[in-house]
Design a protein around this ligand. Structure first.
Ligand SMILES: Cc1cc2nc3c(=O)[nH]c(=O)nc-3n(C[C@H](O)[C@H](O)[C@H](O)COP(=O)(O)OP(=O)(O)OC[C@H]3O[C@@H](n4cnc5c(N)ncnc54)[C@H](O)[C@@H]3O)c2cc1C
Length: 306
């Protein structure tokens, strides 16, 4: 309930103005985001990689409103991939792309073509792309784009959200050889008609989906910070004889860093989702919605700093 309310408030222009101009927000952003520039993204990637982790980079920005911005986002990703290659970290770094940032809401075909350019640039430097998943109205379009891209770039990764009722079926469809699938709980406000309402139901769905992916022939990417789900992931890896190069754990930059390093020390592949750029507002609000305890603290700091 609180999560939905926070996400709804986040869409209000007054809330956006209040948050984006507050210094307290900037401090919180620095916990989750590498910095404003490509250089920041490369520097933090190097540091994470030197700690035994791998990285997927997100150039912040979504819901692009015109073709010029979609093209500039596409060019930005290609420049990022060049910079990662120059720094000698592409791979183990890859990139995560939101199709809405490259024009999905304007024209799905335009988004597919822009995503194709990014996949080409990624393949050129020996790395991969994962298509982030946004709200449920885009799920079919995003999976259609994935299928088109995978014909030429088979390692393009998908994201499936356990909070959607459809996802167990989508997992069965994608648990096939060569398919990379990130499983997360889901970060948007979804209606009951398509999504599970309680945290318990989402967790149960996550376990069902995890079972399908870990038993299947694809490459599961278990994106969660939830200690119980991580333990179940470790257990299933033993059950299904999954070696560290046949699946991975994923976590967000700034969330449970000790656990990220513990998993890496234990021999697992761990990939950190690392955003960078100036357009951090929607990303920060989704992170706040996941931690309602922070919201009261954050709101108090906002008021006292005015
Ligand atoms: C690598 C990665 C990629 C993702 N990609 C997508 C995507 O494409 N589409 C999408 O809808 N969602 C995406 N998500 C977000 C995901 O859907 C969840 O909203 C988010 O991961 C929180 O769920 P959880 O599984 O960690 O469980 P939760 O039950 O939310 O959290 C478990 C524990 O983790 C810690 N924690 C979780 N979130 C935070 C936070 N923000 N700050 C501090 N501590 C926290 C807390 O200790 C919490 O008790 C991604 C998540 C990850 C890790």
């Amino acid at each position: 309930m609180l999560r939905t309310a926070i996400l709804a408030a986040a869409g209000h222009p007054t809330v956006e103005r209040l948050v984006t101009t507050a210094s307290v927000a900037r401090n919180l952003v620095s916990r989750y985001v590498a910095g404003d520039e490509v250089d920041d993204a490369v520097r933090v990637s190097r540091s994470l990689i030197s700690d035994g982790l791998t990285v997927t980079l997100d150039r912040l920005g979504e819901d692009t409103a015109n073709e010029a911005d979609a093209a500039s986002t596409t060019d930005g990703y290609c420049a990022l991939l060049d910079a990662l290659a120059e720094a000698g970290v592409a791979p183990p770094a890859e990139v995560s792309v939101k199709l809405s940032a490259v024009g999905q809401r304007l024209d799905p075909k335009l988004a597919t073509e822009n995503a194709r350019k990014i996949c080409q640039a990624a393949a050129g430097v020996g790395t991969t792309v994962t298509l982030d998943m946004e709200d449920h109205t885009t799920t079919d379009l995003t999976l259609d784009t994935l299928a088109v891209l995978r014909a030429d770039f088979p390692s393009t990764g998908a994201v499936l959200q356990a909070y959607l009722r459809r996802t167990e079926t989508d997992c069965r469809d994608l648990a096939v050889s060569g398919s990379r699938v990130r499983l997360c709980k889901g970060a948007y406000a979804e209606p009951e008609s398509v999504g599970f309402e309680t945290a318990l139901d989402v967790d149960r769905s996550y376990v069902r989906c995890l079972n399908v992916l870990m038993a299947g022939d694809g490459y599961p990417m278990l994106a969660t910070h939830d200690p119980r789900l991580i333990a179940i992931g470790e257990e299933r890896a033993r059950w299904y004889d999954r070696t560290p190069d046949s699946f991975e754990f994923q976590m967000l930059h700034g969330v449970r860093p000790d656990e990220q390093r513990r998993l890496a020390r234990d021999g697992y592949t761990v990939r950190i989702y690392l955003p960078f750029g100036r357009d951090w507002y929607p990303y920060l609000m989704r992170r706040l919605a996941e931690r309602p305890a922070y919201v009261a603290l954050f709101a108090r700091s906002l008021v006292s700093s005015r």
